[in-house]
Design a protein around this ligand. Sequence first.
Ligand code: PLP
Length: 479
Amino acid sequence: MSSDELRRQGHRMVDWIVDYWDRVETLPVQSRSEPGELRAALPPSAPLHGEPFEDILADLDRLILPGVTHWQSPSFFGYFPANASGPSLLGELLSAGLGVQGMLWATSPACTELETHVLDWLVDAMELPRGFRSDSAGGGVIQDSASSAVLCALLAARERATGLQSNRTGDTRGLVAYSSTEAHSSIEKAIRVAGIGSENLRLVPVDRDFAMRPGELERKVSEDVAAGRSPFFVCATLGTTSSHAMDPLKAIGEVCGAHGLWFHVDGAMAGTAALCAEFRFHFDGLESADSYCFNPHKWMFTNFDCTCFWLRDRRALTEALTIVPDYLANQATASGEVIDYRDWQVPLGRRFRALKLWFVLRHYGLEGLRHHLRQHVELAHELRVWIEADDRFVIVAPTPLNLVCFRHRQGDEFNRALMERLNREGSMFLTSSTLAGRLALRLSIGQTHTERRHVEAAWRRIAETATAMEAGSQASQAT
Ligand code: PLP
């Protein structure tokens, strides 16, 4: 592609994206595509000769958009937000344009240093433990996902627990890890990948607010110790996926401290809330964590992928992961004065992800970000009040931040049908989970352009659709 053409098509592509974002709220949020539909419309083999870029762009509207669920719609309330923004998009574009491989400080110093610096900024801005700063024994790194972060935490913990033996000998026998029954599936996946084995992940029961019971954790750890096993790792969650439950970090940290266990905290979506002083009480006890992660790619206006991951002792991780082949040896590494982030993650190669975070932080400023987060939380609380005022519905979990969990009183089948009908209709999108054995509807508020009117419209649709369904079921009972 010539420079002229790249400039021309680049402008068109940016226009396309801006137009898309401007009109995304008019599109049905959930894709209506059937399985195999896109593949059937694509040629069976790759083009032999290059095609005009115009044709490729035209196919975005014709072929790709119908198969897209619009995560950037202000009426997307499913799963968790993935809130992209102008500055993050431009940072991503720049990262692709620079095309840097930031595996070593030496392969592009700015890639490493900006990352370290921005993560230090966040430690200060969120009042995270000072021990996570890079000028202590700890430090931060950007991972692709919370799943990778917990895997890295586990690998560091495994190595520490086995006296730096498990990498060498492959022996992980007896190691036991703990999370709550409500923890994300990525914990079990990491346990499998790290060779610990799912059977050695103990699921600790939760209280009526779906938060881990520290007393039960203590009991399970003591049982394992008594049976000659080696407890080594606990993962607590700040903002569980199903209900946004906040595990009590202080009490869990005490159990970890008493038994010498690695304490990881997964703050995937809720972690962004630490930007606001009034939400920081949820993070009390984080100072005893060995590692912590949260996802700017969920609720901090930064497009996927971007997980901030901090450790209190960075050596624990680098000792687990460092291998220096001759072809990567260089003077800066040998000097010990630089960070080589390849030793802080599973892959070797790494993108210049800090750019988009830097753009977001500079564009919004901390106060700008706080303003939007507060608005989302306020909307969630308003929605909760509307739901509580309708006696056909019940709230089924606390609403610490921006996720509202509720259900219609008519049982699981009714709720599932209600959700499917709403999603099929397309004016909004929400998802469900299971809480205390029953289906719960989850409405997660955090999209970049979600305003009060979108939440109001969503609640109106939910209430109206429920009314229509109730009338339908009464009619069918009568016949
Ligand atoms: N942890 C929690 C609590 C989550 O809700 C999620 C995603 O929903 C994850 C971890 C996994 O996040 P990622 O996609 O960044 O691996």
